[in-house]
Ligand binder design. Structure first.
Ligand code: C2O
Ligand code: CU
Ligand code: CU
Length: 497
């Protein structure tokens, strides 16, 4: 991994086939982003840029198929955003150059070629993109954080590995092996101080319910959420469990200063009802749970095989429980700092004059089988069902059908603010933190939000930008196996006078 500073110099990087050791002594054929600097080579490096600086990246496609680099979450001119309309052919080079305008935070980059996003991302192409500004510098100083040592990027992905340790892609399967930064069963030696984790769910389709516990104990350790997709919150928020769906990030602080040497802390994903209600049929007023044959779901049993990785060779069903990361306390430290009360300032929400845009997410079954739809449509490359004016302020009301599953809905180019969450399922009720029905992770800027079946989420979004001409973006589900169809093109046009 490693950190590549891109504030003052252009970076050159390629996408290529790489062989990476995931299981010890075995090599896996992956796709990876590769960079060289000062004789050091970087795989899927964390790119770090100061806000206001120019990112300049010379990208070469060394794959044998088209690809693009999409800067997920960043406010970028569409021509620089890895849009499928701008494919980079095998052997070709594309210069991605844009001023970094975003708030300090944890963003990421991954491929976005037409129809191939899922497989290319799954095959290994993904990395973090960190933006830094004044607020970030203050926080880093207040907590004495060092990136890679006490400020730790955690890229969580699930994969299927075959016997030889190779990664295989099986669409529609909940993958068995959970990797953090491409490492199985990761652990970290820690001291008794504050640690920051920048968690990115880089999985194709799996949602995690993240909690810390002391090893061997059931009680959740409180932690503080300091940031979401679009950077630092105004104030730290205490939490003990959070759902993180594909493409979402959360910036978390965990205080280990009261622990003793030898103690262990575990980050795990707790069991939950994955709400696969898409196959449910209503019978005499009852919900009838049908067997989820194609996915091999037996989620009601998973609560019994708690923390067990060894039930089925390729699958670990959606909503089951498992360990993600172990922290081993090895050093007693003299550390007495605490998270600042104010982390950043967020602009006051001004909803006046914002027009509402209803969006419905649903499923249909036709002769092609099951189809996920947004506003009754599937993706067509040359159609633009969503047209907004430059500078428009809108409230999107995204309703997910009852007969559905949770969908992480994502928009390119702009960050939004969740202003209301309604119809939230029972098992999330204890996570609601305000009278607007919002969850802790709804309190910051977001580019991806998980919409559970039956829920309606309202988000406020401002389509102001200073890029040249019409802007072509996309709005889609970030379950990458859904993305190909469950996506609408979005055009930001200049207002007619
Ligand atoms: Cu993470 Cu359309 O993107
Ligand atoms: Cu994106
Ligand atoms: Cu979806």
């Amino acid at each position: 991994m490693g950190v590549l500073d891109a504030s003052n110099a252009s970076v050159g990087f390629t996408a290529h086939k790489a062989s990476v050791e995931i299981l010890p002594g075995k090599s896996a054929d992956l796709l990876a982003y590769h960079a060289e600097r000062d004789g050091k080579s970087y795989v899927n490096s964390t790119i770090r840029v100061q806000k206001g600086k120019q990112l300049s990246a010379e990208f070469t496609n060394d794959l044998d198929e088209e690809t693009t680099v999409h800067w997920h979450g960043l406010h970028v001119d569409w021509r620089m955003d890895g849009h499928p309309f701008r494919p980079v052919a095998p052997g070709a080079t594309y210069r991605y150059a844009f001023p970094v305008q975003d708030r300090s935070g944890t963003y990421w980059y991954h491929p976005h070629p037409h129809g191939r996003t899922a497989i290319q991302t799954y095959s290994g192409l993904a990395g973090l993109f960190l933006v830094e500004d004044e607020d970030e510098r203050d926080l880093t100083e207040a907590l004495d954080l060092r990136l890679g040592e006490t400020d730790i990027p955690l890229l969580i992905q699930d994969k299927v590995l075959d016997e030889s340790g190779n990664v295989v892609y099986v669409p529609g399967v909940m993958r068995k092996v959970i990797l953090i930064n491409l490492t199985p069963n990761p652990y970290l030696e820690v001291g008794t101080r504050i640690y920051r984790f920048r968690v990115l769910n880089g999985s194709n389709s799996r949602t995690y319910r993240l909690a810390f516990t002391k090893a061997g104990e059931d009680e959740f350790l409180p932690y503080q959420i300091i940031g979401t997709d679009g950077g630092l919150l105004e104030k730290p928020q205490e939490a003990s469990e959070v759902f993180l769906s594909p493409a979402e990030r959360m910036d978390v602080v965990l205080d280990l200063s009261s622990f003793e040497v030898g103690e262990e802390i575990v980050l795990s994903s707790l069991p939950f009802d994955p709400m696969h209600q898409e196959h449910e049929t209503r019978m005499e007023g009852h919900m009838d749970h049908m067997e989820h044959m194609e996915m091999g779901h037996h989620h009601h049993m998973d609560h019994h095989d708690h923390m067990d990785h060894h039930v089925n060779p390729t699958q670990l069903s959606d909503g089951s429980a498992f360990y993600l990361l172990k922290l081993v306390v090895t050093e007693k430290m003299d550390y007495s700092r605490s998270v600042p009360e104010t982390l950043s300032t967020m602009p006051q929400l001004d909803l006046s004059g914002a027009a509402s845009r209803p969006i419905t997410v649903s499923m249909t079954t036709d002769d092609r089988g099951m189809q996920w739809l947004i506003n009754g449509k599937t993706h067509e490359m040359d159609e633009f069902p969503i047209v907004v004016q430059r500078g428009a302020k809108e409230i999107w009301e995204i309703h997910n059908d009852e007969k559905s599953m949770p969908h992480p809905m994502h928009i390119h180019g702009f960050q939004f603010r969740v202003i209301e969450r309604a119809g939230t399922p029972e098992h999330l009720a204890h996570l609601v933190v305000d009278e607007k029905g919002r969850l802790v992770t709804d309190l910051g800027f977001k580019d991806t939000v998980l919409v559970w079946p039956g829920e309606t989420i309202k988000w406020f979004i401002d389509f102001s930008h200073d890029f040249e001409g019409e802007q072509l973006y996309m709005f889609h589900c970030h379950i990458l196996e859904h993305e190909t169809a469950m996506m609408l093109n979005l055009k930001v046009v200049d207002s007619q006078r």
